[in-house]
Write a protein that binds this ligand. Structure first.
Ligand code: MN
Length: 205
């Protein structure tokens, strides 16, 4: 069974003004669709991967994937997985100033000292990721950490659980923010779904 696109769950204009409608339409309908389609194409060359959960396929730098399709699976399977997470943690009802909730809030306080300190670290990771990639809040072992990855690499590839992630590819912001990645990062906090982030944290292994 081929991988399917995760439904967006809200209207593409619902994140305005933080993330604009046209960006969401192209991001979801073109970029994300391409990752899913290209992943399905690649997997045709290794049929036993068909229907396997992506997080298993991506684990340990795609250890179960044969050499011939490893790069395609890494890029497109990673892209499919990262974007599914990205849609999940966006909140059309988000408000400026929203902060983490529940056990995640406690863990952020424990591991970073507080939300402000975490936010500073996360923004630095997002701003300094050269070229295309992602900034992440991950759970690794018992601790939360902030990292960034290049391209469509997922924290899952290095044995970490992604709690939230921010897409800093230009396709995620260029139409509205052009070269102003920091402004996009600032606006993105307004639409993070902290309830979902806390649920994800609760599921982290
Ligand atoms: Mn993207």
């Amino acid at each position: 069974m081929p991988l399917e696109q995760k439904p967006l769950g809200f209207d593409s204009a619902a994140l305005e003004p933080s993330i604009d409608k046209q960006t969401m339409e192209i991001h979801y309908g073109k970029h994300y669709a391409a990752y899913v389609n290209n992943y399905n194409d690649a997997v045709k060359k290794q049929p036993e991967l068909d229907g396997k959960p992506l997080h298993e396929v991506l684990a340990k730098d795609c250890a179960m994937v044969k050499e011939e399709i490893k790069t395609a699976v890494r890029n497109n399977g990673g892209g499919a997985h990262n974007h599914a997470l990205f849609w999940e943690i966006l909140n059309p009802a988000g408000k400026p100033g929203a902060e983490p909730v529940g056990k995640l809030a406690d863990a952020i306080k424990r591991d970073f000292g507080g939300f402000a300190q975490f936010k500073e670290k996360f923004e630095a990771a997002a701003k300094t990721r050269f070229g295309s990639g992602w900034a992440w809040l991950i759970k690794k072992g018992d601790k939360l950490e902030v990292i960034s990855t290049a391209n469509q690499d997922s924290p899952i590839m290095q044995g970490a659980f992604p709690v939230i992630g921010l897409d800093v590819w230009e396709h995620a912001y260029y139409l509205k923010y052009q070269n102003r990645r920091p402004d996009y990062i600032t606006a993105w906090w307004n639409v993070v779904n902290w309830k979902v982030a806390d649920d994800r944290f609760g599921r982290a292994k």
